[in-house]
Design a protein around this ligand. Structure first.
Ligand code: FMN
Length: 183
């Protein structure tokens, strides 16, 4: 069973997570693809898609790829700058799953925190008053997240993907289909 980890990253958070997951994957056959280097041939039984959250959904390159996938087992992982346990985070994962779940089987997903890039922070600091403008609370959150995703977050994401792939193998050996997870 081959697993392909495919990701897109602007400022490195999703790349760090994707590399960590890839290194920890207990699969006989696996490959890692950065979409910035081009779209890979899709030949994996399991496709792990990694995106940075853009307006509560997958970044465009991953969204466009996700919408072409058919008959695959798909795991989703993403990084975002807002709180990863918020309803906004749940929506960001849901919107990723929505791109694939009609034609594929979703085997799992996870949202972890990334940091806000310096470029985005500068942009927010330059904005007038509004929901996204810089504030003391936002500045404190950006500072708190500056080293995310953390090693713990990467380990948890890796564990989740390994567990789901193992479950898929176990079910396949018994001739049972993986019940797609509605996210
Ligand atoms: C155009 C743009 C839109 C973004 N939209 C969101 C968003 O809706 N919610 C959020 O929490 N973070 C948002 N972010 C922050 C990124 O998702 C976050 O910093 C992510 O960890 C960056 O990952 P990367 O380093 O792999 O590019 C946005 C960033 C950019 C550049």
């Amino acid at each position: 069973m081959k697993t392909q980890v495919i990701y897109h990253s602007l400022s490195g958070c999703t790349e760090k997570l994707a590399r960590g997951i890839f290194e920890g994957l207990k699969c006989e056959e696996k490959s890692l693809h950065n979409l910035a280097d081009g779209t890979p041939e899709i030949d994996g039984d399991v496709i792990l898609l990694g995106y940075w959250v853009d307006q509560a959904g997958p970044c465009k390159p991953i969204r466009e790829l996700a919408e072409t996938l058919e008959n695959r087992h798909v795991g989703l992982f993403c990084t975002m700058a807002f709180w990863c346990e918020s309803s906004h985070a749940a929506t960001a994962l849901h919107n990723g799953a929505a791109c694939v779940q009609e034609k594929n089987t979703v085997i799992g997903g996870i949202v972890v925190n990334g940091h806000m890039s310096d470029k985005m922070i500068e942009m927010f600091r330059g904005m007038g008053a509004g929901p996204h403008s810089a504030s003391p609370a936002a500045e404190a959150r950006w500072a708190l997240m500056k080293d995310h995703p953390s090693e713990c977050e990467i380990a948890l994401a890796t564990e989740r993907m390994n567990e789901r792939i193992q479950l898929l193998k176990t079910l396949q050996e018994k001739g049972i289909a993986f019940p797609s997870i509605t996210i």
